[in-house]
Design a protein around this ligand. Structure first.
Ligand SMILES: Cc1cc2nc3c(=O)[nH]c(=O)nc-3n(C[C@H](O)[C@H](O)[C@H](O)COP(=O)(O)O)c2cc1C
Length: 187
C-alpha cells in the first residue's frame, strides 16, 4: 500500500503540514509506504483551458505537474491536507487540482481511466468556527478525487486553529490524524 500525502499549505511545519505528517505516520504504522509532496515547493501552472487533453487525456503544459500525475495515478490512497483560505482550499493547491482536468477528460470524455478506484482522505484546518467553513472545500476535494478515481473515505476538519504550529497544543487532533492515516492504510 502506497499512501501519497499532498501538503497544500505554504507554511512548512504549519498546522496542515503537522497533521499530514501524523496521518502519514499512522499509515506507516499500519504497514504502508508513504510519500509527501509539498505543492508550494513545486512549479505547477493552473489549467489554461487549452483542451489539448481532449486528444489523449494528457496536458500540454510541461512543469512539475508531470511527475505529480504519475504519483496521483500510482498511489493506493491519497491524503490532501490544506488550510482554509477564504472558505476554500489554499491557492497553492488549486493549480494542482485544476490541472487534473486532463484526468477528468481521460475518465469522463475518453473513458480511458484504466486504474481502480482508490481511497482518499481530506484534512483541513481553519482559524474560525463558522458552521459552513468546510462546505466549499469539501465539494472541491470530493470532485477532485472523483476526477482522479479516488473515493473520499475520511475527513478531519478542524476549526479554531490559527498560528503556525498551534495544532501542537491540540494532541487530540494530532491523534485523530494519526488514527485517520492508520484506518486509510488498513484494507
Ligand atoms: C490568505 C488566508 C486566508 C484565510 N482564510 C480563512 C478563512 O476563510 N476561514 C478561516 O477560518 N481561516 C482562514 N485563514 C486562517 C488559516 O486557515 C489558519 O491560520 C490555518 O491554521 C493555517 O493553516 P497552516 O498552518 O496549515 O497554513 C486564512 C489564512 C490566510 C493566510
Amino acid at each position: 500500500m502506497h499512501v501519497l500525502g499532498i501538503m497544500g499549505s505554504p507554511r512548512i511545519k504549519g498546522n496542515s503540514d503537522l497533521l499530514l505528517d501524523e496521518a502519514l505516520a499512522g499509515a506507516r504504522e499500519a504497514g504502508a509506504e508513504t510519500e509527501k509532496i509539498t505543492v508550494a515547493k513545486l512549479k505547477i501552472e493552473p489549467c489554461e483551458e487549452y483542451y489539448a487533453c481532449l486528444k489523449d487525456g494528457r496536458c500540454v503544459i510541461h512543469d512539475d505537474m508531470g511527475a505529480v500525475y504519475d504519483k496521483l495515478l500510482a498511489a493506493d490512497a491519497v491524503i490532501v491536507a490544506s488550510p482554509i483560505f477564504f472558505y476554500t482550499v489554499s491557492a497553492q493547491l488549486m493549480p494542482l487540482i485544476s490541472r487534473c482536468q486532463a484526468l477528468w477528460v481521460r475518465k469522463y470524455v475518453l473513458k480511458a481511466m484504466d486504474i481502480p478506484v482508490r481511497k482518499g482522505a481530506f484534512i483541513a484546518v481553519g482559524a474560525t468556527k463558522g458552521q459552513k467553513l468546510f462546505d466549499g472545500p469539501k465539494l472541491t476535494i470530493r470532485y477532485f478525487f472523483q476526477a482522479i478515481n479516488v473515493e473520499l473515505r475520511e475527513e478531519l476538519l478542524i476549526r479554531g486553529v490559527d498560528k503556525r504550529g498551534e495544532i501542537k497544543d491540540h494532541p487530540d487532533h494530532l491523534a485523530a490524524a494519526r488514527a485517520l492515516g492508520k484506518r486509510l492504510a488498513t484494507a
